[in-house]
Design a protein around this ligand. Structure first.
Ligand SMILES: Nc1ncnc2c1ncn2[C@@H]1O[C@H](COP(=O)(O)OP(=O)(O)OP(=O)(O)O)[C@@H](O)[C@H]1O
Length: 647
C-alpha cells in the first residue's frame, strides 16, 4: 500500500512556485524572516583576515592544550612525530642537494655514483621513516578525535546548564548555543588542522634552511609570492563561515522539524493530522533557502580561491624567473641551482600546505572561538553572573514572593504584576486561575528557577538571587506541567542519582504516588529501561509517567514541593490517592499546588487566585466558594458542567 506521504501532493506555495524551479528564495520569504538572527551576523562580520592571521598561533596552541587535557600521551606523540617529520624532511632535502651536487660534479660516473650513494641511502631512510611517522600520526589522531569530541560536547551541556532558565527567551541565545555547538563538534578538526599546519611548517623550516643557504633572496621571494593566495583563501573561509552564521536560525529550525517528523513523541500527530506532508513541504522550502545562501557563499569562495590561485601561479612564475636570473647571471652555481629547484618545490608545497591548512584552521578557529565565547559566560546568561553564592544554613521554613513583577524577554506585557504569596512548611497553598494567568510563572519564581524583573523572592531571610542555585535546588521538588520522558531505568528516573537509592526508599515513594501498581508489569521492576526505543525497554502510558514524576518529587524529601497540574493525566483512583496523601506529605513540606480542578483545592489551607498576572483573591475554600469573584464563578461553572453532563 502506498503511504499517505507519497499519495498526498504537497500544498503549492502561495505564489505558485515549486521547490524545484530554482526560485526557492522567493517562495520562502516568510520562513526566512521568521528564523533569521541578525545579532549573530553582526558579531561575525567584525572579524578581519589580519585578526585571524594573528590568531593562528593562538589557535594552534589552544588545540594542543585541548588535546593535552584529554590525552597526554597522544598529544606528546603527535608533537614528536611532527618535529621528527620536519627533521627528516630537512635531512632528505640536504641529501637531495648533496646527491645533485655529487652527480653533476666532474669525475668518472662510477665515482660520482659512489659519492652520491650515502646521500641516496639517507633519502631512502628519511622517506621510509616519514611514511612510518605518517601512519603513527593517523593512529594517534584517530585515538584523540573521539575523546576530544565527547569532551567538547560535555562542556557544551555544562555551559547550557550554567545558563539562566530565562536565557531561552533571550534573542540570539539559542543561535549562539547552536553555533557554539558546531564549534564543539569541530574541535577535533582544529587539532587535526593544527597538526597539518605544524607538519607543513616543519617541512617548510627544512626547505627554508636549504633555500637560505643557497641564496638569501629565495625565501622572502617565496613568501611574498604566496601572500595573495593566503589572503584569498582566508577571505573565502570567512565568506563560508559568515554564511553559516547567517543560516544558523534556519538550520536550527530544520533540525527541529526533522526531530519532530521522525521521532516517537510527535509521531501520532505527524500521521493522524497529516502534519508530515505539510512539514516536509515547509522543510523543503526552508532547506531551499539555506541551500541558496550556502551555494552563494560557495560560489563567492570559489571565485576568491580562483583569484588566489591565479595570483599564486603568477607569483610562482616570478620566483622561478628569479631563480633562472640568479643562474644566468652567475650569482648561483649550477649545482646549487639543482638543489634550489628541489628545495623550492618542497618549500612551495609546504607553504601551500600552510595556506590551505591555515585557511581551514582559521575557519574552524572561528567556530571554536564561538564555542569558547559561549563557554565563558553562556552568551551572557551564566547564572554565576546573575546570582550569589550564599548557602542556606538549614532547609528553609518559609518561601515568599514579595510584590513580584515578571516579564519574559521579548514578551509584549508582564506575565505577573505586583504578586505576593507565601507558603510555610506544614502548609498547602493552592494557586488557581485561567490559562495564561501566570500560575506556572509564579511557581518558577518561587522555586528560584526565574529571578523576578521587580520585587523579591525570599526563602526565610535569603533572596533567591543571593543563593547558590545548585545548593538551593536541593530544597526543591518540582512536578512540572510538561515533564520529560527520560530513557533511563525507573530507578534512575526517580532518583537522578540522589538521596536514598535503596529499594525500600524508592518503594515508599512509589506507594505514595501510585507508581507501585505499575511495578508487577515492568519486566525488571525498578531496573526497567523506560523506553521502547531500545531493546529490552518498556514504554509507560502518559498517566504512568505522571505517577513516576510524582514519585520523583516525593522521593526528594525537599522542603518545598511545587506541583503544577500534578494529576492532569491520572485516573480517578490515582488522583484520589494523591490528594488523600497530600496532608501527610505536607507535614514537613511547604506545598504549592496548581490545578484547574477546583474541588481538589478544598485540601489547601489557603487559595490564591490569579487573573492576568495579578492576584485578585485569597482565602480558604469555604470563604472563596461563598464570596462573589473569579474563583466562585469558575467553581460554579465546573459544578454546573458536571451536573449538566450527569443529567
Ligand atoms: N517561556 C515563556 N516565554 C515567554 N512567555 C511565556 C513563557 N511561559 C509563559 N509565558 C507567558 O506568560 C503568561 C503566563 O503563562 P503561565 O504559563 O505562567 O500561565 P499559567 O497560568 O500557568 O497557564 P496554564 O493554566 O495554561 O498552564 C502567558 O501569557 C504566556 O504566554
Amino acid at each position: 500500500m502506498t503511504s499517505a506521504i507519497t499519495q498526498e501532493q504537497p500544498p503549492q506555495p502561495p505564489n505558485g512556485t515549486s521547490q524545484d524551479d530554482g526560485s526557492e528564495e522567493a517562495s520562502v520569504r516568510e520562513e526566512e524572516f521568521l528564523y533569521r538572527d541578525a545579532s549573530r551576523l553582526q558579531a561575525g562580520s567584525l572579524l578581519t583576515t589580519r585578526t585571524m592571521a594573528r590568531r593562528l598561533p593562538v589557535l594552534v596552541l589552544r588545540s594542543l592544550k585541548m588535546a593535552w587535557r584529554v590525552d597526554h600521551g597522544a598529544t606528546v606523540g603527535l608533537l614528536v612525530c611532527q618535529v621528527a617529520t620536519g627533521v627528516l624532511a630537512a635531512l632528505g632535502l640536504l641529501a637531495v642537494t648533496g646527491t645533485i651536487t655529487a652527480l653533476i660534479s666532474s669525475g668518472a660516473i662510477t665515482e660520482r655514483l659512489w659519492d652520491a650513494a650515502p646521500q641516496l641511502a639517507v633519502i631512502a631512510a628519511a622517506t621510509g621513516l616519514r611514511a612510518l611517522l605518517g601512519i603513527i600520526v593517523v593512529w594517534l589522531t584517530g585515538r584523540l578525535r573521539p575523546v576530544l569530541a565527547r569532551a567538547a560536547e560535555v562542556t557544551m551541556v555544562e555551559a547550557a546548564l550554567s545558563a539562566e532558565l530565562a536565557a531561552n527567551n533571550k534573542p540570539g541565545y539559542n543561535d549562539a548555543y547552536d553555533i557554539a555547538d558546531r564549534g564543539a563538534q569541530v574541535t577535533p578538526d582544529l587539532v587535526e588542522e593544527a597538526q597539518d599546519v605544524l607538519a607543513a611548517t616543519a617541512t617548510l623550516a627544512a626547505g627554508a634552511v636549504v633555500l637560505t643557504v643557497l641564496h638569501p633572496l629565495l625565501l622572502p621571494l617565496l613568501f611574498l609570492a604566496c601572500l595573495p593566495q593566503a589572503a584569498a583563501y582566508v577571505r573565502s573561509a570567512r565568506v563560508i563561515y559568515l554564511a553559516g552564521l547567517e543560516t544558523s536560525g534556519r538550520r536550527r529550525m530544520l533540525g527541529k522539524l526533522r526531530w519532530h517528523m521522525a521521532y516517537m513523541e510527535s509521531s501520532e500527530e505527524m500521521r493522524a493530522c497529516l502534519a508530515g506532508p505539510f512539514l516536509i513541504d515547509r522543510y523543503r522550502k526552508l532547506a531551499g533557502s539555506v541551500n541558496a545562501a550556502e551555494r552563494k557563499a560557495a560560489n563567492t569562495g570559489a571565485w576568491m580561491g580562483l583569484a588566489g590561485a591565479v595570483a599564486g601561479g603568477v607569483a610562482s612564475i616570478a620566483v622561478w624567473a628569479a631563480l633562472l636570473w640568479l643562474l644566468a647571471s652567475g650569482r648561483m652555481s649550477l649545482a646549487a641551482g639543482g638543489g634550489a629547484v628541489f628545495a623550492l618545490q618542497t618549500a612551495t608545497g609546504s607553504v601551500r600546505g600552510i595556506i590551505n591548512g591555515g585557511a581551514r584552521l582559521v575557519r574552524t578557529g572561528w567556530y571554536v572561538q564561538d564555542w569558547q565565547n559561549f563557554l565563558d559566560n553562556a552568551h551572557g546568561q551564566a547564572m554565576a553572573d546573575s546570582r550569589g553564592t550564599a548557602a542556606l544554613p538549614a532547609p528553609p521554613q518559609r518561601f515568599e514572593v514579595r510584590d513580584v513583577t515578571y516579564r519574559y524577554d521579548g514578551a509584549p506585557k508582564d506575565s505577573l504584576t505586583g504578586a505576593s504569596l507565601h507558603v510555610r512548611r506544614g502548609e498547602i497553598v493552592a494557586l488557581v486561575g485561567e490559562n495564561g494567568s501566570g500560575k506556572s510563572t509564579l511557581s518558577r519564581l518561587l522555586c528560584g528557577l526565574l529571578l523576578p524583573t521587580d520585587g523579591e523572592v525570599a526563602w526565610d531571610h535569603a533572596s533567591t538571587a543571593e543563593l547558590d542555585p545548585w545548593e538551593a535546588w536541593k530544597h526543591v521538588a518540582l512536578v512540572p506541567q510538561k515533564f520529560t520522558y527520560l530513557p533511563l531505568t525507573m530507578r534512575d528516573n526517580i532518583t537522578f542519582g540522589q538521596g536514598d537509592t535503596s529499594d525500600a526508599a524508592l518503594l515508599a515513594a512509589c506507594e505514595a504516588s501510585g507508581a507501585a501498581e505499575m511495578l508487577p508489569n515492568l519486566r525488571s521492576g525498578l531496573n526497567t529501561l523506560l523506553t521502547s526505543e531500545w531493546f529490552g525497554g518498556q514504554q509507560l502510558s502518559g498517566g504512568q509517567w505522571q505517577r513516576l514524576v510524582l514519585t520523583r518529587a516525593f522521593h526528594r524529601q525537599a522542603a518545598l514541593l511545587v506541583m503544577d497540574e500534578p494529576t492532569a493525566a491520572l485516573d480517578a483512583r490515582a488522583e484520589h490517592r494523591i490528594f488523600s496523601g497530600l496532608r501527610e506529605l505536607a507535614k514537613d513540606r511547604a506545598v504549592l499546588l496548581i490545578t484547574h480542578r477546583l474541588t481538589n483545592v478544598a485540601i489547601a489551607d489557603r487559595i490564591v487566585v490569579l487573573d492576568e498576572g495579578r492576584i485578585v483573591q485569597e482565602g480558604t475554600y469555604a470563604q472563596l466558594t461563598q464570596e462573589p469573584g473569579l474563583f466562585k464563578s469558575l467553581w460554579d461553572l465546573q459544578r454546573r458542567m458536571s451536573g449538566e453532563i450527569a443529567s
